[in-house]
Write a protein that binds this ligand. Structure first.
Ligand SMILES: Cc1ncc(COP(=O)(O)O)c(C=O)c1O
Length: 383
């Protein structure tokens, strides 16, 4: 039995050991440990890769969202439309600033925000919308931008899971007023600890975000705005910069693994695509990249008939890692009791939290490992 972890960072980082050690030594030798030329160079490379005017390195993906909201002056009395089925930080950042999340349902096939539900819930206090490109699959950003224009909303893309994904050829993070991503180690561009990035092509907003990142200070010790310390470390920037040129090949390898699962499993008894018209007796539904430009941060199955936890246990017996992202929707979290509005009509989000299971998709999966995952899924779906 070949063990298959959900994620193994070792092979990816070992392959770049020389470049990573060189980056580390460069920073150590420079004695510049706060911002400086390493940060500038990483930010320039990110801006070029993402097709934006400004890329601002920050302490985490969560802080990237906070900084974007702060720069847009979103706070008490304001509402932000966001999906109920996402990681905590999407809504946590909104609530942390005293603004209110408006919980929206998600699409059962893409797992992304359902704009029809947003249209039912948008109101006069809504100031922004936060589409999340969940699991690396791009949200339909043309539709989001049209919706935002119609309702006079700012757009903050939560691209924590979608660095490198595009919609109609244009990168995620380049559509809205702001994009925010995370370099948490499990992300497609995985760092060496916590860090994140804010992007914008609006010069005024970019300048505000930069000032807010350093306590709202400009010039030194004169504070224009109430910011905080949201800085990324130059050590992190230098090491991530060594990995950034490899992101397309990492994403491509993930896409190869997704294509393998689909090729091997679609048509097997009990397995179908998670698309409209899927047979009702399918036990496992495989995810689809609707845009054709997603980057598969996770390969997230739907397991029907209340058997999700049984599949997780079945895989664990075969030493195959899997994870439930996410077992409880945000509207049902203890900390959000009575927070925000829109808790009605979240049926798909609630159903997904009971059905989803993510299986290994990381770029360095071997043939034997992905074969073992596919074989286990086929066996379970048949049983
Ligand atoms: C959708 C989403 N938003 C925000 C974040 C927050 O990023 P970080 O963990 O870097 O703070 C994450 C990361 O886990 C995420 O998946």
């Amino acid at each position: 039995m070949i063990p298959v972890p959900l994620l193994d960072l070792g092979p990816q980082n070992r392959a770049l050991e020389t470049e990573l050690r060189a980056a580390f030594e460069r920073v150590m030798g420079s004695n510049m440990f706060i911002l400086g030329p390493e940060m500038d160079a990483f930010e320039r490379d990110c801006a070029a890769a993402l097709g934006v005017r400004h890329a601002i390195g920050v302490s985490s993906g969560t802080d990237a969202l906070l900084l974007a909201l702060l720069a847009l002056d979103i706070g008490p009395g304001d509402e932000v439309l966001l999906p109920a089925f996402t990681f905590f930080a999407t809504a946590g950042s909104v609530a942390r600033l005293g603004a209110s999340p408006v919980w929206c349902d998600v699409d059962p096939h893409t797992y992304n925000l359902d704009l029809a539900d947003a249209a039912r819930k948008v109101g006069p206090r809504c100031k922004a919308i936060m589409p999340v490109h969940l699991f690396g699959q791009s949200m339909d950003m043309s539709a989001v931008m049209a919706f935002a224009r119609a309702h006079n909303l700012r757009v903050i893309e939560d691209a924590a899971q979608s660095m490198g994904a595009r919609w109609q050829g244009k990168p995620t993070m380049a559509w809205g007023e702001f994009g925010a991503t995370s370099f948490f180690p499990s992300k497609n561009l995985g760092g060496f600890g916590d860090s994140g990035l804010v992007t914008t092509s609006d010069d005024t907003l970019g300048e505000r975000a930069r000032i807010l990142r350093v306590h709202g200070m400009q010039p030194k010790y004169y504070h224009k705005l109430i910011g905080a310390n949201f800085r990324m470390d130059p050590l992190q920037a230098a090491m991530l910069r060594a990995k950034l040129p490899h992101l397309p090949e990492y994403n491509c390898a993930r896409a190869g693994n997704a294509a393998f699962y689909r090729r091997t499993l679609l048509g097997a008894p009990g397995i179908a695509e998670n698309a409209p018209g899927a047979p009702t007796d399918a036990r496992i539904l495989l995810p689809v990249d609707r845009s054709g430009e997603g980057i598969w941060n996770q390969f997230t199955l739907r397991v029907t008939g209340g058997r999700r936890d049984a599949l997780k246990a079945f895989l664990a017996d075969r030493k195959i890692g899997s994870e439930v992202y996410y077992p409880l929707t945000l509207d049902r979290q203890e900390c959000f009791r009575g927070v925000g509005r829109g808790t009605e009509g979240l049926d798909t989000a609630h159903r997904l939290s009971e059905e989803v299971l993510s299986v290994p998709i990381f770029p360095e999966l071997t043939e034997a490992q992905r074969g073992a995952v596919a074989a286990a899924l086929a066996e379970f779906a048949q049983g």
